[in-house]
Design a protein around this ligand. Structure first.
Ligand SMILES: Cc1cc2nc3c(=O)[nH]c(=O)nc-3n(C[C@H](O)[C@H](O)[C@H](O)COP(=O)(O)OP(=O)(O)OC[C@H]3O[C@@H](n4cnc5c(N)ncnc54)[C@H](O)[C@@H]3O)c2cc1C
Length: 628
């Protein structure tokens, strides 16, 4: 596939979208100016059986992580020891979300995420190992889309075996329309050829979910399709074990598939459904990363608390200097908010009362961005010790606090499972869905005149009733949300801001019409405002459920901080440098300012002193299969 234009990329993304909204969505209504607090309040509580099972497992996992895992060894050797993997299997940690009838633990979403938070706080590579297997690997798509036979065959295996999800290719990152791996039908088999990049768990996996393109032919509708592939199949080769800025210990590789024969019975869903399956799997799978980000923020709160009291400079503990105090307050309030968002979204998912695809996506975007800020502030609070490795600190007799590691490990969350830029586009698409379904044909270049005329009529009807609802609401009534005590004023703010946001989208759609989809600056800020409003809502609902003064204090601080950020975002919706930036970026890419780059060397171009590249960490022997 030599060239895929933007329109094709959008069409492929659109086809992968789940179009129906069968259940109510808090997030969708929020962007429409309809603050449906009733959808998230009172905070759903786990049922007693789920809670008992979950707490029992958490206790066993905690004991294992505390006594059997040395995170310093993982960090030093960039590898999770075999006995740790074996121990996790024995605990059932690879089958946390697999139903009990297939040998798994059958944990709820709430407890699955709590377990990931715990394991990920021990070492982030453990979180990656468990979540890549269960949130995107074989178990989840098979549970949701597999046939009975596939469930019986693969789910019990996934309790004890490791799986990986292979979508990305050297030329396919955010744009699956470019996917080149092929699966050619041959009798009752498919023959897969292609190269997959950055396969988390791919180096040690037993089972792979491979996304490949089936060519259209007689009897085959074709399209991007998901397959379960045995990693030991002839023709599967792990060509490299990749190393990264952080997440040392992740078993991530390059996997080549050469003439790999896969039974048609291993196809998941129908031909052409692969991306839809991947996206639907991610509806709840997306909560794993925010859960681990929330865990990181909780740990950062603890380190910030301890260090800011202990370290005295200029006659006071550093936490008493206002500049540092602001960072502590930000870290603690954000930790509370991230956990509130994850717990609420997970509990809603368990309840199956709401469609949580927007909330989970907002949580992924928001938590990955905010956790990076939290880690950065933690490094700053720790000063020079924040920049020093835990190993070096310990070697000179200090406590080995891995603050710099946190910063390195968290950074990837803004890139994988949908980069922040792509998440903003996906969420923006969902946020404007109602507008597109009533008025989309007016701006669709492919719609004929009849369809456009129909859309004008439909839009007239919809907007004449919808727009007036944006002008007044509960947020303007001083006594509303009184049950929330001091937090009521923040909920009123959320209600007012939700309407303001919806009005802004309406104005923007009128101003840019079809061009709105390319206004990524505007759309991104709109989504960021939505994320802050969701976080504020989750925090207030959580504080009320926690029902203790300390929870109200944290919620108060978070809401006050979020309101400052929201104010800036609203301002920047209309006052920004987007057009100027786009112009300047084009000129940079055209090479207009290359003189600016003079006076430095480029370390990525090897000099004569480099004989050959340094060897990477050793590969696991048992997984290096040769090309047939
Ligand atoms: C440690 C690690 C583990 C991974 N694990 C897996 C895995 O298990 N399975 C798997 O399949 N993949 C995995 N990936 C791949 C990961 O999902 C991709 O890196 C990610 O999707 C981004 O793709 P890319 O790196 O090719 O960036 P690109 O798509 O090339 O994007 C480059 C930049 O452009 C931005 N961008 C791209 N398109 C747009 C657009 N339309 N509008 C605005 N901005 C845009 C991106 O946000 C990014 O900032 C992993 C990657 C890493 C580093």
């Amino acid at each position: 596939m030599a060239h895929v234009d933007e329109r094709t990329a959008r069409r492929v993304a659109e086809e992968a979208r789940e179009k129906a909204w069968r259940l109510p969505s808090f997030g969708k209504q929020l962007f429409l100016g309809d603050f449906r607090l009733d959808l998230i309040h009172p905070h759903p509580r786990p049922d007693e059986e789920d809670q008992g099972k979950g707490e029992e497992f958490l206790a066993r996992l905690r004991e294992f992580c505390e006594t059997k895992v040395d995170p310093r060894v993982i960090e030093r050797e960039a590898r999770i020891p075999d006995d740790v993997i074996k121990g996790l299997k024995a605990l059932g940690a690879f089958g946390m979300k697999i139903p009990e009838e297939y040998g798994g633990l059958g944990l709820s979403q709430v407890y699955y995420n709590k377990a990931l938070m715990l394991a990920g706080s021990t070492h982030s590579a453990l979180g990656a190992l468990l979540s890549a297997h269960q949130s995107i690997g074989v178990p989840q798509p098979i549970k949701l889309f597999g046939t009975d036979r596939q469930k019986r065959e693969f789910l019990p295996r996934c309790v004890n075996e490791i799986s990986a999800f292979l979508l990305t290719e050297p030329d396919v990152g955010s744009d699956p329309a470019r996917l080149r791996t092929t699966a050619v039908p041959d009798g009752d088999e498919y023959v897969i050829d292609g190269v997959k990049l950055w396969t988390t768990n791919g180096v040690i996996a037993d089972l792979l979910v491979v996304m490949a393109r089936v060519p259209k032919s007689e009897g085959h509708r074709g399209g991007i399709t998901a397959f379960v592939v045995e990693a030991k199949s002839e023709g599967v080769t792990v060509e490299n074990r990749n190393a990264f800025m952080g997440l040392r210990g992740i078993e991530n590789g390059v996997t080549r598939l050469h003439q790999v024969r896969v039974p048609a019975a291993n196809r998941v869903g129908e031909e052409g459904q692969g991306l839809k399956i991947a996206l639907t799997t991610l509806n709840t799978g997306r909560l794993s990363l925010p859960a681990m980000c929330a865990g990181a923020a909780k740990w950062a709160t603890m380190i910030a608390r301890e260090w800011s009291r202990e370290r005295v400079q200029w006659g006071r503990p550093v936490g008493e200097h206002e500049a540092v105090a602001a960072k502590i307050s930000f870290i603690a309030a954000t930790a509370y908010a991230l956990e509130a968002m994850v717990d609420l979204s997970s509990a809603l998912a368990d309840d199956s009362r709401n469609d949580i695809r927007i909330e989970a996506a907002l949580a992924k975007l928001y938590a990955s961005e905010m956790a990076c800020r939290v880690a950065d502030e933690l490094v700053q609070i720790r000063g020079g010790r924040g920049y020093e490795t835990a190993e070096s600190l310990a070697a000179r007799g200090e406590r080995g606090v891995p603050a710099e590691q946190l910063l390195r490990d968290l950074r990837i969350n803004r890139i994988f499972e949908g980069s922040s830029e792509i998440m903003r586009l996906l969420i923006a698409r969902e946020a404007v869905d109602t507008h597109l379904s009533v008025a989309g044909d007016i701006i669709d270049p492919d719609a004929d005149l009849k369809a456009k005329a129909k859309a004008v009529g439909r839009a007239g009807g919809f907007y004449s009733t919808w727009f007036p609802t944006l002008l007044a609401g509960a947020g303007q009534r001083p006594g509303s949300y009184a049950g929330f005590g001091p937090l009521a004023r923040h909920l009123r703010y959320v209600e007012r801001s939700s309407r303001k946001l919806a009005r802004s989208v309406f104005y923007a759609a009128g101003r840019w019409q079809g061009g709105l989809e390319r206004r990524q600056g505007f759309l991104g800020r709109m989504v960021d405002i939505g994320a802050e409003l969701f976080a504020m809502s989750a925090v207030c609902v959580r504080a009320k459920a926690d029902d203790r003064p300390e929870a109200y204090e944290l919620a108060e601080a978070f809401c006050a901080q979020a309101r400052v950020r929201i104010g800036e975002l609203f301002d920047r919706l209309w006052h920004n440098t987007d057009a100027l930036d786009a112009r300047l970026a084009r000129r940079v890419m055209d090479g207009r300012y290359t003189w600016l780059e003079e006076g430095v060397l480029d370390p990525s171009i090897p000099g004569p002193w480099i004989a050959e590249p340094a060897p990477g960490p050793s590969r696991r022997k048992n997984v290096h299969h040769t090309v047939a």
